[in-house]
Every structure is written in structure tokens, then in C-alpha cells.
Ligand binder design. Structure first.
Ligand code: PGA
Length: 241
């Protein structure tokens, strides 16, 4: 694992945007795996800035998002569809046809998950996957468990995740209890991975991710088994390393 420690969230975002931009420059039709949540927002803003300055062209870029809440339509303001359009896609010249997200209101879960896996394969696999990390060590919505699923699947969200996400909803009752997520195998097949983490709250899980034993109870520890992982941390989150 290549661990990069920078001063603060702003620097983390600049660094991450630069790494992604470099990869797009290298391969115009790159397949990106994208993440939602607060952590990558600064990176998306950095990429938008670069696009507006004419430094990146997204017209051939392909994207797959890690996960989506089960039961939320793409128009729902808390859906990850909505988040991605609002935060990133509407601000760049990406081709709509090259954007793939899981359908949270599918009436056939197995078919939807298989469709997603097949599309990733058809597009040649993910070149670069961006990841955040949950306080509990989840990747996408692969929650701590005695076993992890390899492929895209429906998952029951942990209590910790439901509580962590209540801030985005009016009431805890509105937080979806389930989600569709890429599996750990789907994530690990990406050629390169960048994991971003910031803030003191996540420092215990970052210590486990980098130094702890590989365990399904901290899903992010599986990244120790991947050959091309860059972890970008700010000083706060790295303070216990
Ligand atoms: P965050 O979420 O970036 O909002 O902290 C990360 C995650 O739960 O995976």
C-alpha cells in the first residue's frame, strides 16, 4: 500500500484530483469506479476546476458507481444518482451513455446486480476505483460481517451505517435499510485503487486498515491484498498511525 499523508482535507482533494486527472490524460477512455459520501466531494470539485480550465476531457470517460440505496429512485435527493449528477456529472462533459449506476428501484435485484457486473466486464473492467471508508471499515456498502460477498449484491445496512447517514435525511425512519453495492471482489478487480480518508473520527479504522490483520470484520483491510492501492490521508486521520 502506498500511503500518502497530506496536511488537510483541501490538500487531500487536490492530490486526489491530480491523480485521477493524470490517469485520464494517460487513457482518455478510462473506466473509473466512483464513490459518494462527503470525502470525495473536494476531489470532484478539483476535477471540475480542471475541466473548466480545459485540462481534462471527460467525453470518453466511463464511470461505474460503487453503490446505491435500495428503494430510492434516481430522482430522490438522497439517492446516489442524484448526488453524482448534482456534485459532478452535470458540471463536466461526460457522455450520459457512459455513466453507470445501480438502479435502486429495480424489481429484479439479481438481474440488476448481474447487469452491472456484465457491464463492467463489457467495458473492460475498472481501471481506477475511488473509495471512501466508513467509520466501521466498510467499502462501498460491504459491511463488517463474518463473510463478504464477492460480486454486486443487495446488503442490509449495519446500525452504524444507518446512524452515520441519518444526517442526510429528516428522520432515522427515512434512512434506507438496504443498498445495492459492488462486492469486494468487484472492487478488488480494479487495476488501481485510491482510498481517501480525512478527519480524526476515522483514525482508528485507518490504523486497522493499514496495520491490522486482514479481516472481514474490517472490510477495508482486504486492500492490503491489492497490488496498486494508494491511500491518501490528511494529518488528522493519520494521527494514530
Ligand atoms: P463519508 O462516507 O465520505 O461521508 O465519510 C464514506 C463511507 O461511508 O464509505
Amino acid at each position: 500500500m502506498n500511503v500518502v499523508i497530506v496536511k488537510n482535507y483541501q490538500e487531500l482533494s487536490v492530490r486526489a484530483a491530480q491523480l485521477v486527472a493524470d490517469q485520464i490524460t494517460r487513457k482518455k477512455n478510462i473506466v473509473l469506479g466512483l464513490a459518494t459520501g462527503q470525502t470525495p466531494v473536494g476531489m470532484y470539485q478539483g476535477l471540475i476546476k480542471k475541466y473548466k480550465k480545459g485540462e481534462i476531457d471527460f467525453s470518453q470517460v466511463v464511470t461505474f458507481n460503487l453503490d446505491e440505496y435500495y428503494g430510492l429512485s434516481p430522482e430522490h435527493p438522497q439517492s446516489y444518482h442524484y448526488f453524482m449528477w448534482d456534485t459532478f456529472f452535470q458540471h463536466i462533459n461526460i457522455n450520459k451513455e457512459k455513466i453507470y449506476l445501480l438502479n435502486g428501484i429495480t424489481d429484479n435485484i439479481d438481474e440488476e446486480c448481474q447487469r452491472f457486473e456484465d457491464l463492467i466486464k463489457k467495458r473492460g473492467g475498472i481501471d481506477l476505483q475511488i473509495l471512501g471508508i466508513g467509520d466501521n471499515g466498510h467499502l462501498g456498502f460491504n459491511e463488517p460481517a463474518i463473510g463478504l460477498k464477492s460480486k454486486t449484491h443487495l446488503v442490509n445496512l449495519s446500525k452504524a451505517t444507518i446512524h452515520a447517514n441519518v444526517k442526510y435525511f429528516n428522520d432515522i425512519k427515512e434512512v434506507p435499510r438496504q443498498a445495492l453495492t459492488m462486492g469486494i471482489g468487484t472492487i478488488m478487480k480494479a487495476e488501481k485503487i485510491i482510498l481517501l480518508a480525512s478527519g480524526r473520527k476515522k483514525s482508528p479504522v485507518i490504523v486497522k486498515t493499514i496495520k491490522g490483520p486482514v479481516s472481514t470484520e474490517v472490510p477495508a483491510t482486504v486492500l492490503q491484498l491489492h497490488n496498486e492501492v494508494t491511500i491518501i490521508l490528511d494529518q488528522d486521520v493519520a494521527s494514530k498511525l
